[in-house]
Design a protein around this ligand. Sequence first.
Ligand SMILES: [Fe+2]
Length: 415
Amino acid sequence: MIQWKSNYRIPSEETINESSSLIQDNTIDSDSTVIGLENLETYYSELSQPDLAEKEELEKKGEFSDIENNPHVKYIYDSILGTNLQAKGSIVNGFEADAPKVLVVDDNAASRMTAVALLAMEGYQVIEAESGATAVDLVNHKQPDLILLDVMMPEMDGFEVCQIIKQDEQTRLIPVIFITALNDRRSRIRGIEVGADDFLSKPFDRVELAARVKSLVHQKRLNEDLDHAEKVLFSIARAIESRDPNTGDHCERLVSLGQAFGEYLNLPRHQIRDLMWGGYLHDIGKVGIPDAVLLKQGKLTPHEWEIMRGHVLIGEKICQPLRSMRGVIPIIRHHHERWDGSGYPDALKGNEIPYLAQVFQIIDIYDALTSERPYKQAYAPIEALKVMQEETEKGWRNPELMRLFADFINYCESR
Ligand SMILES: [Fe+2]
């Protein structure tokens, strides 16, 4: 079910008049900057003749437009890449330095001690719990790298313990191996339902136990590194948003609008996730744009525009090391392309523009139009759609997608 509803409030008569004059005189770029049409034309015509003196001046001040030499971008890129490189090797990842911690949970002391002895022989730190409740407590306090969990225990059984662990954001990445009786099909199915990562049968085969534990601990550390890298990116994106006083909660709104429009279009789940992540990350490359350009009051010079336009390439470079960003990168790189090929960075035309980037651009512009900014009032949904329709007629957007978006907004506003 689509949950989105615009937060637009009907403005005063004076505001409507102001907005109307904006519609006639200006067009709005999805970087949230109102640009006069004339200015935009001037910009395109002058692109091939950069102002060299101005460029040299910026470079002297350390405000580089070259991605490779931009110190902010290089630092972030190296940090993310460093995390990944570490994740690829067990030695640099600390496997040798600190032995992985395994929690063995079993109410049967003899069985528990067998597992403890085998794991200790393999060099693991082992902690024990004789009940489900103790296990949950230890998981929270000791943060083990893996849990070996008996299914049948009095009071809280293994399924309940696993469910609690997998539902908690802090512990969900810890792999759980269920200890079941051989051929206990029902327990295995139930185990899969509550998020078990693997199964072992008693009596333990030492080689099998060692192999499974090693593989899952390794996988867990890889996941943790990726999880950490993603969190770093989202934090950077939030920091950039707070650096730009013009945008308010633009990213948050894009996330909910992206989810709602994605559902309306019946996009697959992973594409809806990419759209939502795009909401946070599309302008992450602005971290590499100097304050003198990003926060400049008034019109940007042609060279400053050139620098500003670099944010899409910087963003792509920052996110490239992460596999989980594969679906978001086309949004980051292409959210300023235009249907007629007049956009950037690649001047792609029509369906050469990745579909999610087309979808994202539409919601990005709609949100910029319907939000209040220091230099303009919020447009009413109908006014925003009118501006976007005019831009579509100029050839800037996919007409079919624009029609679907207008239907979507009208549907949301009519509820
Ligand atoms: Fe952008």
